[in-house]
Ligand binder design. Structure first.
Ligand code: IPM
Ligand code: MG
Length: 361
């Protein structure tokens, strides 16, 4: 019996609906395995702007730090129509997300991408490729690089000029590399380090440090791959990848590409971790404002994120396995939300999907 304090950030758009379903599943886990989960609901993103004038308050940060883990939905709205996007950049919903990652030291973002055999019909790749299946984990550096470097826009000699800075030090690279090799040891023992070492200094340092770290993991095969080639290999032969480790922006882009080949971004969980077992768990997809409040969203990515929380933050392996097995079962039985619907399957709403999964835990 374990007692865990979970900070819950439902957020904007479909966030509240999908997190509610993940909590339904967690409640079932608590009941079945005799645990107690205490939830503290917090605001972040657009909903925090509406109430507090800022996307992230110090109270939300403090509450997260005082919790065992954070479960999050999604933040943000329609970037062309929502009033949140009339605000200065540092007051928009996304600024809250970047700030919470930095404040909580969440430098390692784990994005597992696997093709469920039941969903191979939804995979946009040719059948000869999808038939091989794939199961990879993208380990994205989350608190460095271009997204956190100094930036400015100014007029230089009468010409508007914008600068973003891409900087990494060896400590930042080493700690994410160590995480990647540790995870690879529990998987198929292969690490692909993605960089642009033929052009960028930051990538050359990246490659050097990752190679040094690899020496401590003789059982793990290390390969270096340029980011442009990686983008191509992801659609040419995704089965070749096990753990892919890369810097912040490359990881942002490649993880969206990887999500698409699984059939739907609504299937992909993610975990953002610091050096300890603390983490923030959120679906890889966005707030999907176009379908918000209609009980149409796919809650599976959020439910699988909750399973990652059980596994990585709470060491509840059996419980995490049970949630993942329940998801597979529901897919086997043919239940589908709209995004993964195909002929002959049974269409269900977001809340029905959550109930079906909870019942099978
Ligand atoms: C993601 C998102 C965010 C990011 C945005 C919303 C700032 O795209 O989590 O991948 O780029 O990190
Ligand atoms: Mg992204």
């Amino acid at each position: 019996m374990m007692n865990k304090k979970i900070a819950v950030i439902k957020g904007d758009g479909i966030g509240p609906e999908i997190v509610t379903e993940a909590m339904k599943v967690l409640d079932k886990v608590a009941e079945k395995y005799g645990h107690k989960f205490d939830y503290t609901q917090l605001l972040m993103g657009g909903c925090s702007i509406d109430v507090n004038g800022v996307p992230l308050t110090d109270e939300t940060i403090a509450e997260c730090k005082a919790s065992d883990a954070v479960l999050m939905g999604s933040i943000g709205g329609n970037t062309t129509t929502s009033p949140w996007y009339k605000l200065p950049a540092d007051l928009r919903p996304e600024a809250g997300l970047l700030k919470i990652r930095k404040e909580l030291g969440l430098f390692a973002n784990l994005r597992p991408c696997l093709l469920y055999p039941q969903l191979s019909g939804a995979c946009p790749l040719k059948e000869e490729i999808s038939a091989k299946g794939f199961d990879m984990l993208i380990m994205r550096e989350l608190t460095g690089g271009l997204y956190f470097g100094a930036r400015k826009t100014e007029e230089v000699d009468g010409v508007m000029t914008a600068v973003d800075t891409l900087s990494y030090n060896e400590k930042e690279i080493r700690r994410i590399a160590v995480k990647a090799f540790e995870v690879a040891m529990k998987r198929r023992k292969k690490v692909t380090s993605v960089d642009k070492a033929n052009v960028l200094d930051s990538s050359r340092l990246w490659r050097k440090i990752v190679t040094e770290v690899a020496a401590d993991y003789p059982e793990v095969e290390l390969e270096h791959m340029l980011v442009d080639n990686s983008a191509m290999q992801l659609v040419r032969d995704p089965a070749q990848f096990d753990v892919m480790v890369t810097e912040n922006m490359f990881g942002d882009i490649l993880s969206d590409e990887a999500s698409m080949i699984t059939g739907s971004i609504g299937m992909l969980p993610s975990a953002s971790m610091n050096e300890t077992k603390f983490g923030l768990y959120e679906p890889s997809g966005g707030s999907a404002p176009d379908i918000a409040g209609q009980d149409k969203a796919n809650p599976i990515a959020t439910i699988l994120s909750a399973a990652m929380m059980l596994r990585y933050s709470f060491d509840m392996t059996e419980e995490a396995d049970a949630v993942e097995a329940a998801v597979t079962k529901v897919l086997e039985e043919g239940y589908r939300t709209g995004d993964i619907m195909s002929e002959g399957c049974k269409p269900v709403s977001c809340s029905q999907m959550g109930t079906l999964i909870a019942e099978r835990v």
